[in-house]
Ligand binder design. Structure first.
Ligand SMILES: NC(=O)c1ccc[n+]([C@@H]2O[C@H](COP(=O)([O-])OP(=O)(O)OC[C@H]3O[C@@H](n4cnc5c(N)ncnc54)[C@H](O)[C@@H]3O)[C@@H](O)[C@H]2O)c1
Length: 284
């Protein structure tokens, strides 16, 4: 039987996870607290499918079949309905995620795997409010989801082994490469990656080089596929700021202190690619 996947949060990550799951043959329902994000997510999925056809990766018939497996649902309860796997990709805010998972646990089928796509927050803290914390693990996908191979499966003290094993198997089903990481701030990826991104911003503040040249230093000098400032634009400056604030608070190390330029840009609504401007100017 096809896996049934519910994705909560239809933003940058939610639509990407939904697309990857539908592409892998799962039936997917996407839900969001803001109903107007649902058509936007579907439009982005249509764009990804279109790109797949143009690059010769998908036939027209496959595109139609994948699209037919994706549905949107503004209400949480019917969205979770008969899901086997439920992935949360809402705003990076512990209290919001805790509240949401209380509702999810009440509503979801009792044997559904619960997963959070948080980039940095403690999975144990999110799970702490659940009657059965063992059901929840982290499944940290990367942006853009259809391109990036890695999924961090995050386990915590109260997580069950079967939940982690299911998450690993599900990540593989989606064609991803899972790694298993113990719950600790920023896991393996954000804890390292954020340091690089924040330092690049400090270098920009200090006029060491232009954004383009700082990025080129990492791309050409260290063989990173994308420089840290461009990557921050793709991730979203607001998302990066929330992660940096959390890591600064939990790890207490100065390298995680958000630079002024990041705070200012977020205040001005320059959130990166999704708003058309961040460290770069973007057009569609
Ligand atoms: N952006 C990235 O590169 C990236 C990478 C990996 C993980 N993440 C993580 O994924 C999560 C989502 O990030 P994003 O970049 O997709 O954010 P986003 O702002 O693009 O989308 C978040 C969506 O969640 C919705 N939402 C907020 N509260 C909700 C609620 N209570 N119930 C249902 N929907 C709600 C919002 O309306 C919005 O559509 C965050 O935890 C983030 O840290 C982000």
């Amino acid at each position: 039987m096809r896996s049934r996947v519910a994705v909560i949060g239809a933003g940058t990550m939610g639509h990407g996870i939904a697309y990857a799951a539908a592409l892998a043959g799962c039936d997917v329902r996407i839900t969001d607290a803001r109903a107007d994000s649902l058509p936007a997510a579907l439009a982005k999925i249509d764009g990804l499918l279109e790109g797949g056809v143009k690059r010769g990766k998908l036939t027209g018939a496959e595109r139609a079949a994948v699209r037919a497996r994706v549905a949107t649902e503004p209400e949480l309860r019917p969205a979770l309905g008969d899901a086997d796997v439920i992935i949360e990709a809402v705003v990076e805010d512990l209290a919001v995620k805790q509240r949401l998972f209380i509702d999810v646990e009440r509503t979801a089928p009792p044997d559904a795997l619960l997963a959070s796509n948080t980039s940095s927050l403690s999975i144990a803290a999110i799970a702490a409010t659940l009657a059965q914390p063992a059901r929840l693990v982290g499944m940290h996908f990367f942006n853009p989801v259809h391109v990036m191979k890695l999924v961090e499966v995050v386990t915590h003290g109260a997580a069950s082994l079967p939940a982690a094993e299911r998450a690993v198997a599900f990540a593989r089903q989606l064609g991803k490469e899972p790694i298993v990481v113990r719950d600790s701030p920023g896991f393996a990826s954000s804890r390292l990656g954020v340091v690089l991104g924040l330092e690049a911003m400090r270098m920009l503040e200090q006029d060491v080089a232009s954004a383009e040249d700082i990025d080129k230093a990492m791309e050409l000098g260290y063989n990173h596929p994308m420089g840290p400032l461009k990557l921050t634009d793709l991730v979203g400056l607001d998302v990066r700021l929330a992660i940096a604030e959390y890591l600064y608070k939990t790890l207490g190390k100065s390298q995680y202190e958000p630079p002024r330029i990041l705070r200012d840009k977020v205040k001005q609504g320059e959130l990166g690619k999704k708003t058309g401007k961040g460290f770069y100017t973007w057009s569609d």
